[in-house]
Design a binder for this molecule. Structure first.
Ligand code: HEM
Length: 405
């Protein structure tokens, strides 16, 4: 049998443990070799510089719709078509005019005022979670804080019962695994969750229609009813998007961010002494070890980026985390500097799909870091800290982060 020699990026794509544990040296090698390069193994373009990634994400000829347009699902995976079709309704995978319509409707429900109103609740949730851990003098930051905080916040914002938390977590885990590893290993779970999500949301929306409240689901139904219509599929897919996007990513901001601070005691100490640096610290932690490592686009026409001709229909991987370590954009990118100025990181993406939940994620991150450092003066990695990343090439996050205090 002929041996196929995989590129380094392909080994990462197929989840080589060493590359997953620390992909940053690989990003540097890729960027230094050629920041816009075609990977022959995977047949995709890989963009690793800040200039190339922003050029791709601002280019209206690049299509976000990579679920339904032009991509053949290999026949072995045809049974997963319902999952692709469902996800294709999420604004993340839409282009204008549908993208504009969905984002405008959803933003009527996700207003800055609604987010600011969550501040006191976020503080109360963080305090309660820390209170619960205090007697033991140790906690797993992931299980005990970074997962329950964003989950509780988004559940309350959506106005869905907190008793359904475990189900929401499982659904969003299944969809994150599906997106982050493609459909290679996680398709069956996503298919199963899809049936459950559909049934759940159908009942929820039916119950809410007759009895609109002040929650996000009611606001999205109300936006729909003002004439500019969200179909049921669109409503379901975008509620699931808010639910899932609000879980995994913010968990990873808190986990990766605290892990970075604990490995940089000078920066941790500085934040403790200057809590007013929390906003810039959050931006730096997002840059330093980004919760979302990459996103993709399809070239809708022949176009050029970084002097390379990308043909219509070719797939482009925008490696956000590599762009966030580009020395042409960031002085000393390998240094963690919580007071970094002019930090134009791409952790929330760039252009028309720029993260819709960024203000909420920033608020949760600021409150979590500020409170952890204020209330736990002895906070340190537990002696036996076994820190491992979840096997996922898109969503980078720790499985556990044991700390003592
Ligand atoms: C630290 C936390 C977060 C990170 C790092 C993050 C990252 C991102 C990135 C990189 C994108 C753009 C993807 C692309 O261009 O293809 C995005 C889009 C999006 N995010 Fe976030 N996100 C976070 C938290 C949230 C939260 C809390 C919510 C909602 C509750 C949310 C909802 C969304 C939505 C709906 C989109 C799609 C926007 C569009 O397509 O127009 N995100 N996010």
């Amino acid at each position: 049998m002929q041996q196929v020699r995989l590129s380094e990026f392909a080994r990462y794509f197929f989840m080589d443990p060493a590359l997953l544990a620390d992909p940053y040296p690989m990003y540097d090698r890729l960027r230094e070799a050629d920041s816009v390069q075609f990977d022959e193994t995977l047949q995709v373009w890989i963009l690793t510089s800040h200039a190339a990634v922003t050029a791709a994400l601002r280019d209206s000829r690049m299509r976000a719709d990579r679920m339904s347009a032009g991509r053949e699902i290999p026949s072995d995976f045809a049974y997963l078509k319902p999952v692709f079709d469902f996800i294709a309704h999420q604004m993340l995978f839409k282009d204008p005019p549908d993208h504009t319509r969905l984002r405008t409707l959803a933003s009527k429900a996700f207003t800055p005022r609604r987010i600011e109103l969550m501040r006191a609740q976020i503080q109360a949730i963080v305090d309660e979670l820390i209170d619960a851990a205090l007697p033991a003098g140790r906690m797993d930051v992931i299980a005990d804080l970074a997962v329950p905080l964003p989950t509780t916040v988004i559940i309350r914002m959506l106005g869905v019962p907190e008793s359904d938390r475990e189900r929401f977590k499982r659904w969003s885990d299944d969809f994150a695994a599906f997106l982050g590893t493609r459909w290679l290993s996680s398709g069956d779970a996503a298919l199963h969750s899809l049936d459950e999500v559909r049934a759940y949301l159908r009942d929820l929306i039916a119950a809410r229609r007759g009895n609109l409240g002040t929650d996000l689901v009611s606001a999205m139904i109300a936006a729909e009813e003002q004439g500019d219509v969200l179909s049921d599929e669109e409503l379901h897919a975008n509620i699931l998007l808010l639910l899932a996007a609000g879980h995994e990513t913010t968990t990873n901001l808190i986990g990766n961010g605290l892990h970075a601070l604990l490995r940089h005691p000078d920066q941790l100490q500085r934040l403790r002494e200057q809590p007013e640096l929390a906003p810039s610290a959050v931006e730096e932690l997002l840059r330093f070890d980004s919760p979302v490592q990459n996103t993709g686009r399809l070239a809708g026409e022949d176009l050029e980026i970084g002097g390379k001709r990308i043909a219509k229909g070719q797939f482009v991987v925008c490696q956000l985390a590599a762009a966030n370590h580009d020395p042409a954009q960031f002085a000393e990118p390998g240094q963690l500097d919580i007071a970094r100025r002019d930090n134009r990181h791409l952790a929330f993406g760039f252009g028309s799909h720029f993260c819709f939940g960024a203000p909420l994620a920033r608020l949760e991150g600021q409150v979590a870091f500020e409170t952890l450092l204020r209330r736990l003066p002895e906070l340190r990695l537990a002696d036996d800290a076994a820190v491992a990343y979840t096997p996922n090439i898109t969503f980078r996050g720790l499985q556990s982060l044991p700390v003592a205090f």
